[in-house]
Design a protein around this ligand. Sequence first.
Ligand code: GLN
Ligand code: ZN
Length: 771
Amino acid sequence: MALSHSLGFPRIGRDRELKKALEAFWKGELDEAGLRAVGRQLRAEHWQLQKDAGIDLLPVGDFAWYDQVLTHSLTFGVIPERFRPDAGQPSLQTLFAMARGGVGRKSSNSCCGGAHPQPLLAEELTKWFDTNYHYLVPEFTADQSFSLSWQQLFEEVEEAHALGHKVKPVLIGPLTYLWLGKAKGQVFDKLDLLERLLPVYGEILQRLAALGVEWVQIDEPILVLDLPQDWKNAFERAYNLLQREPVKKLIATYFGGLADNLGLAASLPLDGLHIDLVRAPEQYPTILDRLPAYKVLSLGVVNGRNVWRCDLDKALAVLQHAHDRLGERLWVAPSCSLLHSPVDLAREDQLDADLKGWLAFAVQKCAEVAVLARALEQPESPEVLAALAASRAVQQDRAASPRIHKPDVQARVAAIGPQDSQRPSPFAERIVKQRERLQLPAFPTTTIGSFPQTAAIRLARQAFKQGKLSEAEYIEAMHSEIRHAVEIQEQLDLDVLVHGEAERNDMVEYFAEQLDGYAFTRFGWVQSYGSRCVKPAVIYGDLSRPKAMTVEWVRYAQGLTSKVMKGMLTGPVTMLMWSFPREDVSREVQAKQLALAIRDEVVDLEAAGIPIVQIDEAAFREGLPLRQEQWKHYLDWATEAFRLCASGVRDETQIHTHMCYSEFNDVVESIAAMDADVITIETSRSDMELLEAFEAFAYPNEIGPGVYDIHSPRVPDSAEMAGLLRKAAERIPAERLWVNPDCGLKTRAWPETEAALVNMVAAARQLRAEF
Ligand code: GLN
Ligand code: ZN
C-alpha cells in the first residue's frame, strides 16, 4: 500500500481559534491553562480532520504557539541571554518574550543604580524561504551551547498516541536550523556549531524512539538553495552521525528542486526522501536513478502553497510510474507543509458554486493526497473513480470557462510590443520637462501615500459594507478625510501632496476588488506570523479593469489645492505576489494582465490632470526565486511589467515608485531598468547605508531615501533628519534627492504624524539653504 502522509497542517484553526486565544492570553483575558486547552483542542481536531480525510501518517510538531523555528530554539536551549530565565527551564512567558519583546527583569547599569527594567528586543522576524510566513531568527553566539530544554514535541506525541493516532514527528533539520539563524557578537562560522548541536538531535530521536515512534520527518528545505560547498559537506557529516539513531528518518525538501543537491540528498544515509514535484516536476524521474534501493520516496504532488484543486489525472500518471518501480516504497504527500494554505473550504458559504468547485484548502488537499494513494492500489474502487471523474470535470470546466478565459484580455497581452514598455523619451529629457511643469524646490518633500487610518475611517468603511451608510454618506465621509489630509499637508507646506488613501482597506485588496478576475474568500486565512494571518485574494481568471479605480478620489483631492497632487497605485508585481495566483497560466502572463489594467489607470489619472503617479512595488524583491539561476528571468518580466504600466503617459507626467525593504544590492540594476522618474525607499534605519548600492551603480534617476522610520511613534527632530539627508547627499547628487518618510503613515496617529512632518519639512529647508 502506498502510504499517504501530511508534512504539516495549519495550526491557526478554521476560525482562527489560535489567533483569538493567543491575543486573549496576551491581554490577560485568558489564563495559561485556557490557552493550553485551546492548543490541545486544535491539535486533536487537526489530527482527526487529516485522519478522516484518509491520511495514514499524521504530523506532530507542526503545532507551534508562535512559530515552529522558535519552538526549535527553545527545544535546543537557544535562548538569547536577555530572555534566559534566572533559574529552571524556559516557560511560555520566555517563548512569547522572544517572539514579541518584553520588559526585562535584568537591570541596567545606569546612573541611578540599575533599578530600571530594560525593554527586551524581540528576536528578528524574517520570511520563511519564498513564502509569506515569517519565522523568528535564532540568535547564535560563538560560545553557543545546546541542550534539550523544551518538552513540547514529546508531550504532543504522547497526546496523539493517547488519541490512538499513528504519527510522524516533524523536526527542522540541523543544517536548515543553523542556516536560518544569525551569528551575534563576534564573527564566527555558524557551521562550527554543528558538532555541538547534533547530540541534541540524537537525544530527541532517541526519546521519540522510546515513545514508540517509527518515522521522523526531518525538514531540510535548504537543499533547494544554492549551497556553499562546506554546507554540502556538512550534510554528509551530520547525517552519518544521526544515522545510527533508532528511528526511521525521512528527509523533506520543498519549495523548489534539488538540482545540484539531488545526488547529495538521495545518498544521505537516511530511510526516505521527500521532494516537491509541484514546484520542480523536472526532478522526476531523474531521482529514480539516484535513489538507493532501500529508500522510501515521498512525492509531493498536491500543491501546499495554493488554493486550487489538484489535477488528479496528471498527478496519478507520475505516481503510477513511480509505483511500478517502487511499490511500497512510494509515499504520497502534499508538496510542502499545508501551513501555507487556508484550512477548510467547507467554511466558505458565500463563494459561488463554480469557483468553490475549483478550490481546495488544507482539509481538501489531504483528501486529494489520500485518494491518490488509494488509486494506486484500488484503481477501480468507486470512491477513486468518482474522485477522478470529479477532478476531470473541474479541469475541463476551468479550461473552457468564459469566466476565466477572456479573448479581449488575451488579445491585448498578445499585442504588447516593445514600444509599449518604453516612455517616449529617456529620463534625461523627461526630467527637464517635468521640472518645468512641476516647479518644485530642491529637496522636494512628499509622503508615501497613506495617512493615519483612524478608527472613524474604519468604522465608516464597515458601516458602508454593512449597508448602514449609504454610498453618498460614505463618499462624503471619505471626502471629509481627504479634505483634512490636504489641509494638513498645505499647512505643513509639503511640496507634493497625496489624498491619503482613507478609502483603502489594504493596498492590494482595494484594487483586487475592482478588477475582474479576482475572487475573495471569507475564511481563507493563512498564518503570516504569530497570531497574524493574511487572507490573500484569489486570481482565478484573465484580469481586466472594468472602470477607473482611483480617479474620482484623486481628482477630488486635486480640486482642493493648487499644489501638485500625486496619484497612488499598487504595481503589478506586488498585486501578484500578495495574491493566490492561477496555476494554469504563468506568473509572467498574470503580471502583464495586471500591468495593462494599471496602465489604463495611470493614463486616466494623467487625463484627469494629475501630474505625478506613484506605482508601489513593495513586493518586488520578494518575488526573487530561491535559486540565483532563475533570478534573471524573474527580474526581466517583473521589470517589464512595471514599465508596461508606467509607459502610457507623456514625458511631462512623472512616475514614482516606492519599495520598502532593506536590501537593494542585488536588484539595483533592475530597479534602474524600471526607469521610474523617482523611487522612494526605506533607508532611515540603515543610516542611509542602503544608498551605497545606488551610488555604486550610478543610479541615474531621482531618489527619495526615507528620513524617518514610520514603524515607531517616535518623532525624530529636524537635525536628525537633516543629518541623514546630508549623508544621502554624499552618495547621491543633491539635485536628485527627495525628502520623505520611509513608508506610508496608515499605522500612525495624527499627532505624531504632524509633528514628524513639521520636522521633515524643516530639515528639507535646512538642506536647501546649505546646497
Ligand atoms: N502607498 C502605500 C502607503 O502609503 C505604500 C505601502 C507600502 O509600501 N507597504 O501605505
Ligand atoms: Zn512602503
